[in-house]
Design a protein around this ligand. Structure first.
Ligand code: SF4
Length: 341
């Protein structure tokens, strides 16, 4: 199997006139200074550590790339594209906002070999978008997604969990929307409160209550289920460790766990197993072996056996065992029942 590596190039809040309440972009990207000429060094340094034969992608993240000064955007794209022309990099992806997409932007991105556009949608609820001060509407999201897909780019939808005014149902709607626009991938970010943001002030004055870790896990798992059912890969759940989540001068409140993605996947498996047993309408004492795909054993059982203990609690007449099987697809389970005497 060919290895795939991303070279992340972080563009901080350059030229972004918006002030989304959750955003402290300089904090999130871990860099407060940016110089276009450094980009070549970043790429060269990364390429020097990558084995030959690896599929390499330059990923321009942070800020709203297509909203920065147009000439600077082209300069950065030119640098990235020169690596594609030299055969050292196979593709480019960038992230941006729905209202920074138009025909001219898309044709420019195409000219410089951009393949994937990640769109920060965050929510499809106009109420949540307003409370979050995103300064764009759901209509802008619909329009941008349609244009991106029709122009032949791969679309990745980014959504947030637990924004001001949001609910589990609104987040499920957002996930369903991303699935409906033929996205090729999704990212799920439970809302974390960073210092020096409006959300931090809102948390301090009580107008915003951050999600507990358990709620963030449950709500993210519901979004994950929608993406899995639609066959859409979820490429990230939660911010990275490099996002300064452990620095007390950066992190203020909200769901913060170094293994958040894993905990969400565990929850996904718990709900899936529970749903399948409920549908099977098991009567009387049974032994159930839960088969999952290769590498899924710890996710099925859960951290500190949490899933197993909850299942025993939910179904006291059933005894559970877990195993991996090559016949089971990723993110699915097969149950084998045996009557207990
Ligand atoms: S548009 Fe992006 S960079 Fe600008 S304030 Fe919002 S989240 Fe931050």
């Amino acid at each position: 199997m060919i290895r795939h590596v991303n070279i992340p190039v972080f563009i901080p809040h350059l030229g972004c006139p918006n002030q989304c309440v959750f955003c402290n972009q300089r904090t999130i990207t871990g860099t407060s200074k940016f110089c276009a000429d450094d980009v070549r060094d970043i790429i060269e340094d990364a390429l020097n550590t990558i084995e030959e034969g690896t599929e390499v992608e330059i990923a321009i993240f942070g800020g709203s790339f297509t909203g920065i000064d147009f000439d600077l955007m082209c300069r950065l794209l030119e640098i990235a594209y020169s690596y594609i022309l030299a055969g050292r990099v196979s593709s480019i992806r960038c992230s941006t906002r729905p209202d920074y997409i138009d025909g001219h932007i898309l044709s420019t991105l195409k000219k410089y070999g951009v393949k994937v556009i990640e769109l920060g949608l965050q929510s499809t609820s106009d109420k949540v978008l307003t409370l979050t001060k995103r300064a764009h509407s759901f209509e802008a999201e619909e329009r941008a997604c349609k244009m991106i897909v029709e122009a032949g780019f791969e679309l990745v939808g980014q959504m947030m969990i637990g924004l001001p005014g949001s609910t589990l149902e609104l987040e499920e709607e957002t996930a369903r929307f991303i699935a409906s626009v033929r996205a090729k991938g999704a990212r799920i970010y439970p809302t974390v409160v960073f210092r020096n943001t409006e959300l931090c002030d809102m948390t301090e004055n009580g107008s915003y209550v951050p999600l507990s870790l358990d709620d963030a896990i449950l709500r993210s798992a519901r979004a994950l289920k929608i993406f899995k059912d639609a066959g859409i890969p979820v490429i990230r759940i939660g911010l990275c460790a490099s996002d300064n989540l452990s620095a007390p001068d950066t992190y203020f409140a909200g769901p913060n766990h170094s293994a958040l993605g894993e905990l969400v996947e565990n929850e996904f498996y718990y709900e899936l197993i529970k749903e399948k047993i409920e549908k099977a309408d098991v009567i009387g004492p049974q032994s159930v072996t839960v088969f999952g795909s290769r590498g899924s054993l710890s996710k099925m059982i859960g951290q500190k056996r949490k899933n197993k203990l909850r299942l025993i609690d939910d179904f006291p007449l059933i005894s559970f065992s877990f195993a991996e099987s090559a016949d089971v697809e990723e993110y699915d389970v097969r149950l084998q029942y045996e009557e207990r005497k």
